[in-house]
Design a protein around this ligand. Structure first.
Ligand SMILES: Nc1ncnc2c1ncn2[C@@H]1O[C@H](COP(=O)(O)OP(=O)(O)OP(=O)(O)O)[C@@H](O)[C@H]1O
Length: 308
């Protein structure tokens, strides 16, 4: 659906996007994560054929951005991070205006607009003036506008920025729905946790360089390979740590205050013998819990050693 090979954009001495190589399939919701100025917008604009690369290839649905930009624009819905809305227009008029620019005409036009409004949960505002909507509602109308021509590929540049927590959740639910509709979605954000649970894949970009690009499920699996246990006993902590250290399933022990941080050997998932071992040895357990897999930590772990 989207394939880039060494896609590169320079501004003078600055390499805004540095050899970005990416392959996304139908139904992939790709979280494009990076700090301000890391090259997310630049990359998305090149894919959307709005910006010419200096180097590299990019195909959208098998079509090259160099030879078939018009076709690609029909296949792509690009939602910029800032877009203007017009005064003196109602929501439905606004959408109809853009539908007309996509040459969606006749009686079907109103129907398409109503459908997209429904999809973004904004039907209740169809007759409101666009310049009187909240930021979250404006974002949702922007998304409806991006969806009007039923694009196969969606490029959404920070759709959740500036939204309150409730509106963020709504945008996330919407993203999930788009993935389920088999669209290919690239959605950018500054922060990973915002997108981690709705994306199938995550790419982390820093200073124009893609540091990590991985399927969320694989990263979770990898993060799960070595389980961490947090263990506390009422007294004789050192003794308990030594006992744990001697067990075959335990890779290493680390102390953090009173807590014995126990790393299990790769592949060990059943640790049910450990609490009974401690109890039978006379220790009174105060805490025994498995570390929750934190996707952000797992991804950051993957970027270690890659950063200059
Ligand atoms: N037209 C331009 N001329 C010169 N430099 C530019 C231009 N557009 C972007 N840049 C620079 O390229 C780099 C990447 O910018 P880009 O907008 O792609 O980042 P971003 O990851 O989308 O950032 P943000 O999260 O702030 O939107 C930045 O250093 C930016 O200043």
């Amino acid at each position: 659906m989207i394939e880039t090979r060494k896609l590169t954009k320079r501004y003078g001495d600055l390499i805004a996007a540095n050899e970005i190589t990416l392959k996304l399939e139908e139904g992939d919701v790709f979280g494009f994560i990076g700090p301000n100025g890391s090259g997310k917008t630049t990359t998305m604009r090149m894919i959307a054929t709005l910006l010419n690369p200096d180097y590299g290839e990019c195909y959208v649905c098998g079509k090259s951005i160099y030879t078939h930009p018009q076709e690609i624009r029909r296949l792509v819905g690009f939602m910029p991070d800032f877009f203007g809305v017009y005064d003196d227009m109602t929501v439905i008029e606004y959408l109809e205006f853009f539908a007309a620019t996509y040459r969606i005409n006749g009686p079907g036009r109103r129907k398409v607009c109503e459908e997209k409004l429904e999809l973004v949960d904004m039907s209740f505002k169809r007759d409101a003036m666009v310049n009187q909507l909240s930021r979250g509602q404006t974002q949702r109308i922007g998304l409806a506008r991006t969806l009007l021509h039923d694009p196969q590929v969606l490029l959404l540049d920070e759709p959740a920025s500036g939204l309150d927590p409730r509106a963020r959740i709504e945008i996330r639910n919407l993203l999930k729905r788009l993935g389920e509709l088999d669209k290919t979605v690239i959605v950018s954000s500054h922060i990973l946790p915002e997108l981690a649970d709705v994306c199938t894949r995550v790419g982390i970009i820093e200073a124009g360089v893609m540091q990590v690009d991985a399927y969320v499920a694989d990263v979770m699996k990898q993060a799960r390979k070595a389980l961490l246990l947090y263990i506390e006993v009422a007294d004789r902590t050192d003794e308990a740590a030594r006992l744990l250290e001697q067990q075959d399933d335990v890779e290493s022990i680390d102390m953090r205050g009173e807590t014995i941080i126990t790393t299990l050997r790769k592949g060990v998932e059943d640790y049910s013998a450990l609490p009974s071992l401690l109890v039978e040895a006379g220790f009174r357990l105060r805490l025994f819990r498995e570390e929750e897999v934190n996707l952000e930590t797992a991804f950051m772990e993957l970027t270690k050693g890659k950063q200059q």
